[in-house]
Design a protein around this ligand. Structure first.
Ligand code: PLP
Length: 366
């Protein structure tokens, strides 16, 4: 009999939110709204759909391993040398490649509790040691404490800005002070999956303005561009690091159709504008309802917010009762916040449904 290594046996697999089909099957519900995975409620960028239809008869060809065209487009719009750009099947895959490229089994990776579960899963599955610093009381990254936790063993520091599942951000000044404390042999990963949702009025650092040898910035086409199912992520970093990551990447990802879709999405300004407007409208409706019910929530700059309950039990009950009524939310206990339930923005109709269900369930459980 084969033996599965102990660290694999002990892995807690990534648990995605319930799918609409799954819930419909289980509960026999006819109306189901899923606001659990921070997806774009408007669907995929229309330009991407057009580009994929035109390209579909080229699907017998392997994808370009170096993602040349996609990298060129990203280089132009970000005004950055192509050698500093990497692309793979989602930023989740990129996080894995960063860990594989820059650390060895047993090395320490430092981050925050209450942050993106994908980072934790990738660290654990590659047998790295995760060191996690608690969030502040208002659910923000505690950059000072993360600095203090750096040791000789620290190889990589992961920061998500905005953070998932809280949506909270740190400012340019906070990031600058943080960088001063990080030794040059420690790589900082700045995960900017939700950067396009952040309001221009906020003091929010664009990672591209801070590029240095020991920084890599990751982004994704999954959220604002609406391409989560196609799996395209990208990253900006030092050319040596990017070159090494291409050695580690599975050759033919992202798929050729996904690369074509991503290129088209980049120029879909109208879609991005609508996405951002809808997000603001939906979150504002949600916040109004939560305020009126006196349910606490985080100060989020992304396309979701995290409701804060009095206990894990209350958060779980709330999530289950919403589910029973066709509203899929995400209890974020596995992210390390047992009292948190995340909800993302929806279409106007989805948001109206969500606020109705939230009100009903809140009355029921109180
Ligand atoms: C902070 C953060 N980083 C990365 C990802 C992964 O995105 P992708 O779909 O590009 O793998 C997510 C997805 O939820 C996320 O929230």
């Amino acid at each position: 009999m084969i033996t599965i290594p102990e660290f694999v046996q002990n892995l807690v697999p990534y648990k995605a939110g319930k799918s609409i089909d799954e819930l419909a099957r289980e509960k026999g519900l006819t109306k189901i709204v899923k606001l659990a995975s921070n997806e774009n409620p408007l669907g995929p960028s229309p330009k991407s759909m057009g580009a994929m239809s035109s390209y579909i008869n080229e699907s017998h060809r392997y994808a370009d391993p170096l993602c040349h065209n996609l990298v060129q487009h990203l280089s132009q719009i970000n005004n950055l040398a192509p050698e500093m750009i990497f692309a793979a099947s989602g930023s989740d895959a990129i996080l894995q490649y960063i860990i594989m490229t820059c650390s060895n089994e047993g090395d320490e990776l430092l981050t925050s509790e209450g942050s993106f579960i994908g980072w934790y899963v990738n660290s654990d599955k590659l047998g790295r040691k995760s060191v996690k610093v608690p969030l502040t009381k208002d659910y923000k990254y505690d950059l000072d404490s993360i600095s203090k936790a750096i040791t000789d063993k620290t190889k990589i520091i992961y920061l998500a800005n905005p953070n998932n599942p809280t949506g909270t951000i740190f400012s340019s000044k906070e990031l600058e002070s943080f960088f001063e404390t990080v030794p040059s042999n420690v790589l900082v990963v700045l995960d900017e999956a939700y950067t396009m949702y952040v309001d221009n009025d906020l003091d929010f650092p664009n990672g591209l303005n801070y590029l240095r040898e020991n920084l890599i910035v990751t982004r994704t086409f999954s959220k604002s561009y609406g391409l989560a199912g196609l799996r395209v992520g990208y990253a900006f970093g030092h050319p040596e690091l990017i070159k090494s990551m291409f050695k580690v990447k599975l050759s033919f990802e992202p798929t050729s159709l996904s690369q074509v879709a991503a290129i088209a999405a980049i120029s879909d300004d109208e879609f991005i504008r609508e996405t951002i407007e809808l997000n603001k409208r939906s979150l504002s409706m949600l916040r109004d309802k939560l305020d009126s019910l006196e349910i606490k929530y985080t100060d989020s700059a992304a396309n979701f917010l995290m409701m804060i309950f009095e206990s894990e039990e209350q958060a779980r009950k709330f999530t289950i009762e919403c589910l029973n009524r066709g509203l899929i939310l995400r209890h974020v206990d596995t992210f390390g916040i047992p009292e948190g339930v995340r909800i993302n923005s929806g279409t106007d109709e989805e948001t109206e449904f969500a606020v109705e269900v939230i009100e009903q369930v809140w009355e029921l459980i109180n």
